[in-house]
Design a protein around this ligand. Structure first.
Ligand SMILES: *Cc1c(COP(=O)(O)O)cnc(C)c1O
Length: 389
């Protein structure tokens, strides 16, 4: 029956074999074995008690990760970008002003999103290999008085980390809220949401948390909650934090259906959090710092230059490395994959043609992995010198 009505014949879907590379780009990162196991747990309805318990565990774990006592903490169904959409669209409405502190591609994405929501945008751009000083930001905020300021903590397009201590207080002094991207810095770089006065923050699972992409941690401060209560605009339905808070039971006894959460991703995020909780944040931060310091030493021994000049500005998760004249970035990346099965990335946005981007984070943040990458790079430098110079 109906066979003759099918205008599209059956496609052939063949089994595909491959050897998984070591994932050392700016994301995704390899996943913890415990997370791989969690992904194969049975699928339940997100309205079952078993998954309500998982959601409670996730909220508790995220309060620890963000270091916040705020109750408005949950995870958005979507990759890191969904967190960006949620933070911006819930805080800043059409015709209100957002100030974007721009030093890499993620800030440009925030700019593009804000424009689509009809938000008035102001941009302050600095050189891609630099970070913002509080004095510079204060000068701008004082004049523009935006509703919110957006800034990226760890920037994976440039390999820099922005200092945030004191920034919340500064923003609040001029009536602005502080919105921060921690996609590639959470659970790798020290982060203290409440102490630093951060009002809206999001992250993702596939970077320092070593999980699969598709579910993104997010948190709003009490100050942000007040602003959300009083807002006179509506964010997109899927990202409405008030509806999501009711689904995640942030303020007690609501558990309202909003959309179907993905049970495997909930189990996976819970496992990522368990890994960090078991190791403890200070030890996770110390492990990342030690591994990357070792990697940078190896890079300098290869006579390669780091793109970010000031050591204190260098991001612990993603290192940007400048190749000597004559080397082609794409060719270098391809050789690393083909010969060593290590996946690294070339530059992105402002760093295209200027650097390699090498990610060592989460489960991969070990001396062994750092050495494996450095050894492969040493070989690649020799191999490509012979063939192309
Ligand atoms: C990777 C990354 C993103 C985007 O995350 P997706 O999961 O790809 O949507 C945003 N911000 C930063 C800093 C990132 O490194």
């Amino acid at each position: 029956m109906y066979e003759e009505k099918l205008i599209v014949p059956r496609p052939t879907i063949v089994d595909r074999q491959f050897t998984k590379p070591l994932l050392c780009g700016p994301g995704p990162c390899d996943i913890w074995p415990s997370v791989a196991e969690a992904l194969s747990k049975p699928v339940l309805s997100p309205l079952c008690d078993e998954l309500f318990d998982v959601m409670d565990d996730i909220r508790a774990g995220l309060q620890y990760l963000f270091q916040t006592k705020s109750k408005l903490v949950l995870a958005i169904s979507g990759s890191g970008h969904s967190g960006m959409e949620t933070v911006i669209s819930n805080i800043v409405g059409p015709n209100e002003t957002i100030l974007i502190c721009c030093r890499g591609i993620w800030d440009d994405r925030a700019l593009e999103m804000s424009k689509r929501y009809g938000i008035k945008t102001k941009v302050h751009r600095i050189l891609f290999n630099n970070t913002f000083s509080l004095t510079l930001i204060e000068g701008i905020v004082k004049i523009l008085r935006p509703k919110a300021l957006f800034i990226t903590h760890g920037d994976s397009s440039t390999g820099s980390v922005q200092k945030l201590e004191g920034l919340g207080k500064l923003c609040h002094k001029y009536g602005a809220l502080l919105l921060v991207d921690t996609v590639v810095s959470l659970a790798s770089e020290p982060f203290f949401m409440d102490e630093w006065g951060v009002d809206g923050v999001y992250s993702s699972t596939q970077k320092g948390l070593s999980g699969p992409a598709g579910i993104s941690p997010i948190a709003f401060s009490e100050r942000a909650q007040e602003v959300i209560k009083k807002r006179n605009f509506k964010p997109p339905f899927y990202f409405d934090i008030e509806l999501l808070a009711a689904q995640w039971n942030c303020f007690g006894n609501t558990r309202q259906y909003h959309h179907t959460l993905s049970p495997p991703l909930l189990w996976a995020l819970r496992s990522c959090l368990k890994e960090v909780i078991n190791e403890t944040l200070p030890k996770v931060w110390a492990r990342h710092a030690e591994t990357t310091a070792h990697f940078h030493k190896r890079i300098e021994q290869l006579s390669l230059e780091l793109l970010i000049p000031k050591p204190e500005d260098r991001l612990v998760t993603v290192t940007t490395v400048v190749l000597p004249k004559g080397y082609d970035y794409m060719e270098f990346v391809k050789y690393m994959r083909n010969k060593h099965n290590i996946l690294i990335f070339p530059g992105l946005g402002p760093t295209v043609g200027k650097a390699l981007r090498i990610g060592i984070m989460g489960v991969n943040s070990t001396i062994q992995v750092a050495d494996a990458i450095a050894d492969a790079m040493a070989d690649t430098l020799i191999a490509l010198k012979k063939s192309s110079l």
